[in-house]
Write a new protein. Structure first.
Length: 484
């Protein structure tokens, strides 16, 4: 039977030396049903919160909360943009453990009701980032738990294996989770100070006329530890509308190294909460809890339509590749899964494309090619009149060899196509072209690229457009080449 607020308030006098209790009421915020809780009013008008345990689990949680709040020294609290409850005293209510803390003002927002956009969502993201920015010495100095990325990963692996061993988890979920836990890229993160599992009710808000609701306090510090920062974001699966805004605000506010797997790990940990519920029922011999958890897991399996971990071998799309013209990939014959992660290519693979040593933008090297054209100026017209198809093929070959014969290029050179632009030749407006010294500087700065004087891109905007078309044609040929 729940204890009355007056019974709980009476325990404040014993727990807090000098406290003079003059009133009591029900605790509305942080009124976790697992505890008996109340608000006690002191003679000076101050209100304090008291919670009493109902079993061994809640007693252990209150003990951890007491330790964590004392670990938040004034220096640590000054680093936060919001308030955390202050530890006032520990006591007993009958045979139960009790904890007295300061009472934080504010209102709470259910996860499903959390609005997107600026306001509450952004404030939550920044608040979580603030917790994760606390020095690890805050936790270590209090002797609280610490988990490395490898240990956090092992914990998840063990949880999955235990849940699967019950026989109540579908093969689809088991495979999904195991693929995620074995994806190395997802587990490259920097451990941080975490709340150990925040949820929507952890945050207290006040209204701001200009910015909307903002976080003024955080409750629930009993699991304060060092570990995977994703654990404080797992609850966002319940806040579908605001999830992206919270994550974006977190990413913009965090001072930590980029964590590309953060969102996926948060989703994995959220799904594994159902596995924890299943194991709780199994360990306590509660068939009703086991059946409930199994039903929820089946519903989850039926509702998922994607993979947590990226599939091995998945590469960048063609649209993305075409927009990155400064990265010329390896040949199709030697293509591997990381083909779009290189900016070099094997020039010999294009040797068969070059039919002569002519550039689409003029002869390579200048005068030599010009003399050759003068000697045989009718050659191109003769080919066009005799065989139109051959002429088209010749023009296509010229487009693909815009910088001259491919076999003459350094096979280890990198062609930077993003820098294609008209040369700054003398146009009569007072601007002179680039000097040889300028080109020497460019050659030193960009080894492996062709300068205008060497057959590189120079001329009008139409020339530059032709260069882009030639690059795209070369890329399309590469993508259509058969792989081994």
């Amino acid at each position: 039977m729940a204890r009355s607020p007056f019974t709980l308030a009476a325990a404040v006098t014993a727990a807090v030396p000098g406290a003079d209790v003059v009133g009591a009421r029900v605790l509305s915020s942080d009124g976790d049903a697992r505890f008996d809780s109340a608000v006690a009013t002191l003679a000076d008008g101050t209100e304090v919160a008291i919670r009493a345990s109902n079993d061994d689990d809640t007693a252990s949680e209150l003990a951890k909360e007491s330790l964590a709040l004392r670990a938040l020294t004034p220096g640590a609290r000054s680093m936060l943009r919001f308030a955390a409850p202050e530890h006032l005293g520990d006591g007993r209510v009958g045979d139960s453990r009790a904890l007295v803390t300061t009472l934080l003002p504010g209102f709470q927002i259910d996860a499903a009701d959390l609005p997107p956009g600026p306001g509450a969502a952004v404030s939550i993201g920044k608040a979580i980032a603030g917790v994760h920015a606390l020095p690890v010495s805050v936790v270590r100095g209090a002797g609280l738990a610490e988990r490395t990325p490898a240990e956090a990963r092992d914990d998840v692996r063990v949880l999955i294996d235990r849940a699967a061993a019950t026989g109540r988890v579908s093969a689809r979920l088991t495979v999904r989770w195991r693929e995620a836990v074995e994806a190395d890229d997802l587990w490259r993160f920097e451990s941080a100070v975490t709340l150990g599992g925040a949820h929507a009710e952890s945050f207290l808000f006040s209204d701001d006329d200009e910015r909307g609701p903002r976080v003024t306090g955080i409750l629930g510090w009993h699991a304060l530890s060092i570990g995977d920062p994703a654990i404080d974001l797992a609850w966002l699966t319940l806040a579908a509308d605001a999830r992206d805004d919270v994550l974006d605000a977190y990413a913009s506010a965090t001072l930590r190294a980029p964590d590309t797997g953060l969102g996926i790990r948060a989703r994995l940990l959220a799904e594994l909460e159902l596995a924890r519920w299943l194991l709780h029922g199994h360990d306590t011999h509660r068939p009703d809890i086991v059946d409930d958890a199994a039903h929820l897991l089946d519903a989850l399996a039926d509702g998922i339509h994607d993979d947590l971990a990226p599939r091995a071998g998945a590469g960048a799309g063609v649209d993305e590749a075409m927009s990155a013209l400064d990265r010329v990939p390896v040949t199709g014959a030697n293509r591997i899964d990381t083909s779009m992660q290189t900016d070099t290519y094997d020039a010999s693979a294009f040797a068969g494309i070059a039919t002569d040593d002519t550039s689409a933008f003029g002869p390579r090297g200048g005068s030599a090619g010009g003399a050759e054209d003068a000697v045989d100026g009718r050659a191109a017209d003769d080919v066009a009149s005799a065989d139109p198809d051959a002429a088209d093929a010749d023009r296509h070959a010229q487009d693909l060899t815009a910088t001259g014969a491919i076999e003459d290029l350094d096979p280890n050179a990198t062609e930077d196509l993003s820098d294609l632009r008209p040369s700054r030749a003398d146009s009569g407006d007072g601007h002179q072209g680039r000097s040889d010294d300028d080109e020497d500087d460019d050659r030193a700065a960009r080894p492996g690229t062709l300068l205008p004087s060497e057959g590189g891109i120079a001329g009008s905007e139409a020339d530059v457009a032709d260069a882009h078309r030639a690059a795209r044609a070369a890329f399309q040929r590469w993508t259509s080449a058969p792989s081994e």
